[in-house]
Design a protein around this ligand. Structure first.
Ligand code: ZN
Length: 173
């Protein structure tokens, strides 16, 4: 499904996930304090295994274990990158194209992602001050790693080693 227009993505910020799910054809029914639907991610027939929790706008499928936040759900049904959605909801603006996303305040950022982003931000700031041109491919790679769903020590080390590579390239020039 194509990415919905910006205004619609922005509006999703204030619409509960189980209502959005209905918009995308999920047969949502209230069950107790949550909502259930047949899971389109695993094509589940039989009992409705996909559960929506209105308390924190998350979902979970008891069959295929697909789970996540509203932004991840929207990524799954519209292919809109999660970080674009979170940027739109945080700033109310369209995400810039290809800019390095320094998402320091994301509530989903775990303990390693945030310090890693700070390191990258400081490095970029210092490089900018010297008027150096960034090695674009390396920065694109770093950007991609920073936005990975799962950000652990391995990702942190990868980013640092890429920064070293970038640094070497700049010194060679
Ligand atoms: Zn499922």
């Amino acid at each position: 499904m194509p990415t919905p227009p910006f205004e619609q993505l922005l509006a999703y910020k204030d619409i509960p996930l189980h209502i959005i799910a209905q918009e995308y054809g999920f047969d949502v029914r209230p069950v107790g304090s949550s909502y259930r639907a047949h899971c389109k991610f695993c094509g589940g027939t039989g009992s409705p295994n996909l559960t929506f929790f209105p308390k924190n706008d998350t979902f979970y499928c008891f069959a295929c274990k697909t789970t996540g936040t509203k932004s991840y759900f929207l990524y799954l049904v519209t292919s809109t990158p999660k970080h674009d959605l979170e940027y739109i909801w945080r700033t109310g603006q369209k995400p810039g194209s290809g800019a390095l996303v320094l998402d320091l305040d994301s509530p989903e950022a775990n303990n390693l992602r945030v310090p890693c982003m700070r390191v990258v931000a400081v490095w970029c700031g210092q490089r900018l001050a010297t008027g150096a041109e960034y090695p674009k491919e390396i920065l694109a790679h770093i950007d991609e790693i920073l936005l990975r769903e799962d950000f652990k020590q391995r990702e942190y080390d990868l980013v640092i080693s890429l920064l070293h590579q970038a640094e070497e390239l700049l010194c060679l020039k």
